[in-house]
Design a protein around this ligand. Sequence first.
Ligand code: ZN
Length: 114
Amino acid sequence: MKVGEAVEQSPLLVEVLPSLAKQIKNYFTNNISRFELGIQVDTLRIKTLCDCGEPDCGSFYLTTYEEDRDIEEFNLDGIGTIETQNGLITFIEIFPSPEGNHIRNTLKDNGVLY
Ligand SMILES: [Zn+2]
């Protein structure tokens, strides 16, 4: 990244966690026919890590997240939950697990804070 570039630019989910992004996209487009949610995945940007304090929690907020909005939840293949608000994917919950730990560390390595 060049000096002076917006360092606070939030990283793209598809760049930082490509396999998880693909899993989420496939889930919506192939499994449950929520194509309009699936096509959002390519543009989702990661805002912050979950701050629950659990070291193996891989959950994170997207820049679309807003406080106090109604949430609709989708179970993601036993590894976590996808939350949407007003038709936008806003929060990815990854249950505490080795995968969650890996995701958390990957996000930290990419400058995502909490
Ligand atoms: Zn958490």
